[in-house]
Design a protein around this ligand. Structure first.
Ligand code: ATP
Ligand code: MG
Length: 371
């Protein structure tokens, strides 16, 4: 895909967050753990991957665990262990290789030797181990490995708020009790459910209270988008008629990273289909309409999920047309509950007192047209 869409983007397509990436890199390298929370598809995983790429180049051990993909305490542990061991063996699923000796020996001799080496220095968990012991092993491993190899390690835990749902809320306590004694490892926690992440890290009673520095994810400046989009179209021999067109794309997407990429993609295909080589305002308009169509199932799903109650739908409609939310006096508490639900679901964000904005401005347009 010429404009990367859906999932972490390669280094050369990361727009506008260079200073932030440097700052994350520095903090983590110095041993500070960091937490980033933000709505879906604003670029959390892309940031984390880039930070890990940079740290790896500098000789750090790195690991990435996605809790969204884990299904049990055991699979969480496996994923942590594998991501640690990959630094040594260069293979994704070292545990499988360890447990299936026959296959390991039949395979690459180089890997077999590396695995033997590893066994001597850290010992391996047995397949029969119970889940608790297995998890303990996993949680100790980053520090153990870093220590043995004279390295520093940075681990990313993505969609961290899912850990509790998968393995029970106790897992946070267990994790914290291990992590707080580690001094060769720092952690970058990411999560798309902001309120859950906030309470885990900022609630006095919660296990990760004050364990990590909480940083806001910065918006991508308009100018950065504009020069990126111009470069990408130029690379394909497409002439951009004016800065105005570029600004139009960014503003139509309302600064939402994935939607900006989506409009660009649609513009690119529209040009190909029309056999045109000039990006004009007209093309951008068509691209926007097409992007809205491809987003229909996504938006319908979001709205089905939250819009079961008529009042929530009414609040959404008021927010979309820019009306005051609390206009009728009869049920302010119910309205507040509706507003809370919408911010918890990361559909809206508070902008100031009683002011909210749509996280994804194209969703606002969709509501205006269809709701
Ligand atoms: N800095 C960026 N520069 C350019 N595009 C970006 C950037 N960040 C995100 N995107 C766009 O958003 C998409 C999603 O990015 P990413 O997967 O990193 O976000 P996320 O917040 O982790 O999303 P999810 O909630 O789905 O896990 C990318 O495929 C890309 O189209
Ligand atoms: Mg992600």
């Amino acid at each position: 895909m010429h404009f990367p869409l859906g999932g972490p983007v390669p280094a050369e397509d990361i727009v506008g967050r260079d200073d932030f990436i440097t700052s994350l890199e520095t903090r983590l390298a110095e041993g500070q753990s960091v937490m980033l929370a933000g709505p879906r598809r604003i670029g959390k995983t892309s940031l984390a991957f880039e930070v890990l790429r940079r740290l790896k180049k500098k000789g750090f051990y790195v690991g990435y665990v996605d809790f969204f993909r884990a299904s049990s305490k055991r699979s969480i542990a496996e994923s942590i262990i594998n991501s640690c061991l990959e630094n040594r063996t260069g293979i994704r699923k070292t545990l499988n290789a360890v447990w299936d000796r026959a296959k390991l020996l039949a395979g690459s001799a180089k890997i077999a030797v590396k695995v033997e080496d590893l066994e001597l220095s850290i010992g391996f968990p047995k397949k029969e181990m119970d889940d608790e012991t297995f998890l303990e092993f996993a949680l100790n491993l980053p520090e153990l490995l870093a220590e043995k190899d004279g390295k520093r390690m940075v681990m990313v835990f993505d969609e961290f708020q899912d850990a509790g749902q998968i393995a029970g809320l106790d897992i946070y306590k267990v994790m914290r009790s291990h992590f707080q004694h580690q001094n060769k490892v720092s952690y970058l926690f990411l999560g798309s459910k902001e309120s859950m992440m906030q309470s885990l890290f900022a609630g006095k009673k919660h296990a990760f209270y004050r364990f990590a520095t909480v940083l806001p994810i910065p918006q991508i400046p308009e100018e950065d988008w504009m020069s990126y989009i111009a470069r990408k179209f130029n690379e394909r021999g497409i002439e951009v008629t004016s800065d105005y067109v570029l600004r139009e794309i960014v503003q139509l997407a309302g600064g939402h990273p994935q939607d900006t990429m989506l409009i660009c993609t649609e513009a690119y295909y529209t040009l190909l289909e029309a056999n045109e080589r000039r990006l004009s305002s007209e093309i951008v308009r068509i691209a926007y309409e097409r992007a809205l169509i491809t987003l229909t199932p996504v938006f319908d799903e979001i709205l089905d999920e939250v819009g079961k109650k008529p009042l929530v739908r009414e609040v959404l409609r008021r927010l979309a047309i820019g009306e005051t939310v609390y206009k009728d006096k009869n049920n302010p508490n119910n309205i507040k509950r509706a507003v809370d639900l919408l911010s918890m679901s990361a559909i809206i964000e508070k902008e100031g007192r009683g002011k909210y904005r749509f996280v994804e401005p194209m969703l606002k347009e969709y509501i205006l047209r269809n709701y």
